[in-house]
Design a protein around this ligand. Structure first.
Ligand SMILES: [Zn+2]
Length: 210
């Protein structure tokens, strides 16, 4: 009998997880399918601003406040871990190519600006970053706080578009910012994914979803 029940859980998860992750979470909590609850919780990271009153879902009324609290806490904790990646870029590989990237080497950008932010780049040292890249980091971190999943920096977002537009203010950056930002994002996405995986694993242990 247990095998049949678990098989039903597998079928529900396979069919509804991509489009109704919160519903799968609710059913899984009720039925005690912890592994499906875990997978559905991870899928819920793609939902921007989970926890706002507009994020009600089918099955919400059937689960306990504790199960809902666990889901929100998980989303919140991943929403702290993912944006932290952009605070310091020490995780970038220490290669001449990385060290020579436009966003921390432009001498024209922001000239005359009172101060430019200096952050750790790879293992070399703190370098001053261009205003357009600083704005990208600030905005993308906010996006990641609301939607902590690797899709957020992968997709062309408001932060990306704004950085490209702002880079046009600099004669030296305007033609290379696009390529430089895309290169940076390949590393950024991987690091965000790692940070979320680490936070997920800690959070799920704490929330007894393992
Ligand atoms: Zn520049």
């Amino acid at each position: 009998m247990d095998a049949i029940i678990y098989r039903i859980g597998d079928l529900i998860a396979a069919q509804f997880l991509p489009t109704h992750s919160l519903g799968v979470y609710a059913v899984s909590c009720l039925a005690g399918f912890r592994h499906h609850a875990r997978t559905a919780a991870a899928q819920s990271l793609k939902i921007k601003g989970l926890g706002r009153p507009s994020s009600g879902f089918a099955g919400m009324g059937a689960i306990s406040a504790f199960d809902y609290h666990r889901l929100l806490k998980y989303h919140y904790e991943c929403g702290i871990a993912a944006p932290a990646v952009g605070k310091s870029l020490e995780w970038l590989p220490s290669t001449p190519y990385i060290e020579g990237m436009q966003m921390w080497n432009c001498v024209t950008c922001g000239r005359g600006a009172f101060s430019r932010l200096a952050i750790q780049i790879a293992s070399c040292r703190k370098l001053m970053i261009t205003p357009w890249f600083e704005e990208y980091l600030v905005r993308s971190r906010k996006e990641l706080a609301a939607r902590p999943c690797e899709l957020t920096p992968s997709q062309v977002s408001a932060s990306y578009n704004r950085a490209i537009v702002k880079a046009r203010d600099c004669l030296a950056c305007q033609f290379v910012a696009h390529h430089a930002l895309n290169t940076f994002r390949t590393f950024y996405i991987k690091e965000v994914k790692k940070a979320i995986a680490k936070a997920s694993s800690l959070s799920m242990i704490n929330l007894n979803l393992t």
